[in-house]
Design a protein around this ligand. Structure first.
Ligand code: ATP
Ligand code: MG
Length: 352
């Protein structure tokens, strides 16, 4: 509706995760690095958790979009599956016929399929989205599937993505065997104010917007405050903001305009009214608001310590991120080198 008015080629704030709109915030970059690191390790589980609407499915789709040829990937997004249903679902995702077959038969067919993949130099990856819905026994079944091996390497690797509720499930005492196979895990936090602004600008530019001063700084702050930096909330709000801009014929929007729209959509989005405490427990809002949780503990000087350790931990995680990216690059380089050497070896052997 508003696309023509703003000269856009497409809708910039669609709710459906679209890899071509992928914005690499610090947390998204980190989660992506972990998934790629997991791929390069070719074994173990990677677990990505995150609050609702923070971008888990988007990350999964982006990963699948950029996956290398030697990996056959399948994605499962299904609520509560029993272990037997999971096995069936995994098999059918890899196009194995499951009709009228027992679980044992399906497992056998799956194993054969994975062996065949291995023989042609490929391997299988399973991305399980909404994994917080899986019962413990089903996660345990996933672990069992990772036991299919050839020359010590698992034939099926799985990545789990899920909301925060996944964490207590994985912490359960009887999940120790699964836990020991997790090679990396990461929690997606909402965007910071700066990232929220970059995210909006990125999506608008990607959709073809030429006007780079559509929003004032105050407008961005208001958007951030209302959405707490959660991408899905940002998308829902921004769609309405652009509609408002079009109806009001505005080529620049400020804080007041955003306030008008937020008051309109607060009810529809089931948000608390303006002025009430929107700064819930998300890390981004706790950091960005000195009147929030942190400032309550100023009396004995603990805030300073908290900030100090937070900064230190942030620096440490940045350093670890860099180390992981470096490791991934190195692993890829070695992989390519090995592939080349192997090809030379095969060629020389056939010349003999
Ligand atoms: N890094 C990102 N780049 C671009 N868009 C994003 C990003 N993260 C999230 N989004 C957008 O935010 C919305 C919600 O993302 P997504 O569906 O991936 O969240 P989710 O964490 O899987 O949510 P849920 O917990 O409900 O499954 C989508 O419209 C998606 O396009
Ligand atoms: Mg999702």
């Amino acid at each position: 509706m508003y696309e023509n008015y703003y000269g856009l080629d497409s809708k910039p704030f669609q709710l459906t995760p679209d890899p071509s709109f992928f914005f690499a915030s610090k947390w998204h970059k980190r989660a992506m690095s972990y998934l790629q690191y997991g791929l390069s390790q070719a074994e173990g589980f990677i677990v990505i958790t995150g609050d609702i609407g923070t971008g888990k499915t988007t990350i999964a789709n982006s990963l699948l979009n950029n996956i290398e040829d030697d990996i056959v990937a399948a994605q499962i997004v299904t609520p509560k599956l029993s272990p037997d249903e999971l096995v069936k679902m995994v098999a059918s995702k890899f196009e194995i016929d499951t009709l009228n077959k027992t679980k044992a038969d399906i497992l056998k067919d799956l194993e054969d399929y994975l062996f065949k993949l291995h023989e042609i130099g490929k391997r299988a990856l399973l991305l399980v989205d909404e994994a917080q819905n899986l019962p413990l026994e089903t996660i345990e079944e996933l672990r069992m599937l990772s036991n299919f091996q050839q020359q010590g390497k698992p034939l099926l690797q799985s990545f789990l993505l899920g909301q925060e509720e996944l964490q207590p499930i994985l912490r359960a005492p009887n999940m120790e065997q699964f836990r020991q196979r997790i090679v990396a895990s990461c929690h997606l936090a909402p965007l910071t104010l700066e990232e929220c602004k970059e995210y909006i600008e990125y999506r608008l530019k990607h959709a073809g917007l030429k006007n780079d001063s559509l929003f004032s700084e105050g407008a961005f702050e208001k958007i951030f405050k209302f959405t707490n930096g959660v991408p899905r909330r940002i998308n829902t709000l921004m769609d309405r903001v652009l509609l408002y801009g079009f109806l009001e014929e505005r080529q620049s929007l400020d804080e007041k305009d955003i306030a008008t729209v937020t008051s309109e959509v607060a009810d529809e989005m089931f948000r608390p009214e303006e002025g009430s405490d929107l700064t819930n427990k998300t890390p981004a809002s706790a950091e960005g608001d000195n009147n929030g949780v942190l400032s309550d503990v100023t009396a004995d000087g603990r805030v300073k310590d908290v900030q100090y350790y937070k900064t230190m931990l942030n620096e440490l995680t940045d350093a670890l991120d860099n180390a992981i990216s470096h490791k991934i690059k190195l692993t890829r380089y070695i992989d390519n080198l090995l592939k080349k050497k192997y090809k030379t070896y095969v060629r020389l052997k056939s010349d003999d």
